[in-house]
Write a protein that binds this ligand. Sequence first.
Ligand SMILES: Nc1ncnc2c1ncn2[C@@H]1O[C@H](COP(=O)(O)OP(=O)(O)OP(=O)(O)O)[C@@H](O)[C@H]1O
Length: 495
Amino acid sequence: MLRNPRPGEQQPQPTAPVPAHAVRFATPVVTTPGIVIIAAWLGRLLATLALLPIRFPVASVAVVASVAIWWALGWPAVAVAVSVVDVALLVWWRRWPDSFRRFVALRALAAWRWVWVYRRHWQPVLVVAGLAESYQERRYLPRIRRVTCTAWSDRVRVTLVAGTAPADVEQRVAELAHGFGAPSCRVTVRGPRDVVLEFPRRDLLATPLAALDVAESAGEVDLSALPVGQQEDGQPWHLRLHGTHVLTIGVTGSGKGAVIWSAIRAMLPALTDGTAQVWAIDPKRMELSYGRPLFAAYADTGETALELLESAVAVMHERAARYAGTRRGHTPSVDDPFIVVVVDEVAFLTAYHPDRDVRRRAENALATLTSQGRSVGLAVLAALQDPRKEVLNLRNLFPDKIALRLDEASQVDMVLGEGARDRGANAHLIDPDLPGVAFVRMEGTPAPVRVRAAYVSDGDIDHMTATHTSAISATPDGSATDSATPGGSADAGDA
Ligand SMILES: Nc1ncnc2c1ncn2[C@@H]1O[C@H](COP(=O)(O)OP(=O)(O)OP(=O)(O)O)[C@@H](O)[C@H]1O
């Protein structure tokens, strides 16, 4: 008898020939007995309990001790013991806050964040982010080894799934940051399958940093580590100038001036005693003109800027000839000061100046200075808005680069080198309300570090010029009062 088909059921066609099927083998589905599932759960519970004293030794000892006291002496004794421990912790916190934070507060916070944030959300976040791997119908996830907390961030140490690479995680930093509710995520590789994910808990760079204190004397100025701001972990940001060249890149209003002025401020005592000089090129006439007395040479037109650059090249050649065969490095002195050629908006000289000859000669001079000036005590500190090659094809001659807020994601790797963006240097996502925030590469750390330059206000510059002047100084009309070079040839003024 024909039965009524259910809706959607496929109907056999009685008249159609039955196709010949090959024999298909399928793995039989075996139902797991309930007792096996319960045993597996119990096994996992026991393993977790056995690992508790290793993962949380202090908490485990506290619980065991409380139970033992209750067993032996009853509840009042537990209450007394808890009160004594609380008072001891209070005294520790008040008297030795640093060690309390290190040994108690941050550890307790790490345990809490491990359980509440990372354990709880690990699987869903990693699966959705595409970091779960499948093999023979089983799913494998990177495993959390340890969570530690610093004053500003969580560091989650992770063992990767065999066969995956840190690059897979680096490409998912945005997903991980959002997944765990952090403003960003940075990946550091410690070894094979061993990476650390760093999630900031709060942004220490959110508030502007006032101009830093000026060193007491020239002896305290370290030209290879000038304090110019703060790193995202609260540590000072030191900028190396002696022995390198620095290119600071960012859109208009990103805070290039803050980097330049912080570096000049950090050198002040050395400028006064003549062991360092700043030669300034200021095509916009808005940025550096404010501090002319601090500069040994100053130029604000294409032609005078060119003259200044070519004078710097002449000093470089003169020193190189003098040092040849006698010494291999430069030590700043009054006779041979360290010279920083500061160029604001370098593209004005290399790309936008209407005179082709000026552009070509400026580029040649910059290329010569950046390729040969380091060892004889000349450095170039340049600022630029657009990092593309058409604008400045000497970009790679600057060993150190600072990426302030950029226009496009593709510019990050252009400035900080291949892979910088994958490692979390999202310079294109820097909040426009945070001028002075940048990403830099620090010596010895492959992952770019987020920093903020201190803000040197007009009032600070007034104070700097009132209290310090360059040993050799540019006059207000732009010409140098004295020769800016030992050879007496570097009058960079436009007079
Ligand atoms: N480090 C900083 N902290 C706080 N505010 C800053 C900082 N740097 C800059 N600012 C603010 O941002 C404004 C723009 O900064 P600045 O002129 O240095 O940018 P810029 O990159 O040099 O721009 P442009 O290329 O147009 O000269 C400043 O007037 C100041 O108000």
